[in-house]
Design a protein around this ligand. Sequence first.
Ligand SMILES: Cc1ncc(COP(=O)(O)O)c(C=O)c1O
Length: 398
Amino acid sequence: MVASEIRALFAVAARPEIVSLAGGSPYVAALPLDAVGDMVGQLIASRGDIALQYCTAQGDAGLRERICEVMALEEIPAHPDEIVVTVGSQQALDLLARIFIDPGDVILAEAPSYVGALGAFAAYQASVRHVAMDDDGLIPEALEEAIRRTAAAGRRAKFLYTVPNFHNPAGVTLAAGRRRRILDICQREGLLVVEDNPYGLLGFDGEPMRALRADDDEGVVYLGTFSKTFAAGVRVGWAVAPAAIRDKLILAAESAVLCHSSFAQLTVREYLATQPWQEQIKTFRELYRERRDATLSALSRMMPPGCHWTRPAGGFYVWLRLPDGVDAKAMLPRAISSRVAYVPGTGFYADGSGGQYARLCYSFPDPARISEGVRRLASVIQTEIQLRDDFGPAPETL
Ligand SMILES: Cc1ncc(COP(=O)(O)O)c(C=O)c1O
């Protein structure tokens, strides 16, 4: 295991003078905190004997019923028995890695991929092979090629890990027309899909996309979480899996934590039963849309030539490509001195490549701070370009 680049950054980025476009924290201050506080107080007063007790490793049955209602928004026809409640989707990633990965096993994952998933896979010594994406998400031909190469090396991937909606960190979404193709390829090859979907309900235009799991309940393990649609601090997520995998997930969860927090689960269950949660998701969507707009507008006004970036239709992230010869990791100390933080792209590649990229997260600072952050970043990049022109590219990019 190695220290996550993001965690190491958090301490510095949290300083008030720094505009942090680094950590992917949801803006939980937009929740009706008084109402949530009253709800939690009533929960303890009326059902504290259950909320403060152990529960089953699969998770509270009432919460699992509610989770089915949440997933119906993405057309997933799930039954509560198929669901395992987890400590955020991060624990589901860890449990899946624990079940499936022996040292050296191949996992296919998008290029780039969510740093927390790469961390979980690395902890079990997986060999991650990245599969290219473009503005429409994972490229089916690239997936076929990756499967072919893996087979040519006498190997077989354990699963494909994908974030189809509003990708972390790339900010792109798997196009509707590609979803069937990806599933067809995986079905043909007998390749399990792990669909990690924290941001699916946070799209800025139109209805949520149909989940991969909606079209294949035998070949797709779906991971969901309340971290971005309610509160990251309650640490409640879930996995929906075919029966054999679900049973292993329950056993693995039991040995890891005995059972999950009843208190956290009943808090979420109560929130879904008594609070206008769909309205709250709309509030979050509006808020993040405004921040996305502020980010894109500032980038197009201020970034020097040679920079390129994705235009997310939902979620939290913009993936910024720096001009040739400018390295995001080498530039970071100068960015911090200029009071702006981001995450260098290297954290999102198992092989440490991606130095030309930076992840910008717009979920937390308000639009004025975002503009100021992008202004500071643009000026740092401009200086890097000058240094590159005067002294040649940073050693990391050679
Ligand atoms: C793609 C992705 N998967 C999983 C997670 C983990 O979320 P949590 O453990 O809070 O549910 C995150 C958090 O940022 C994420 O972006």
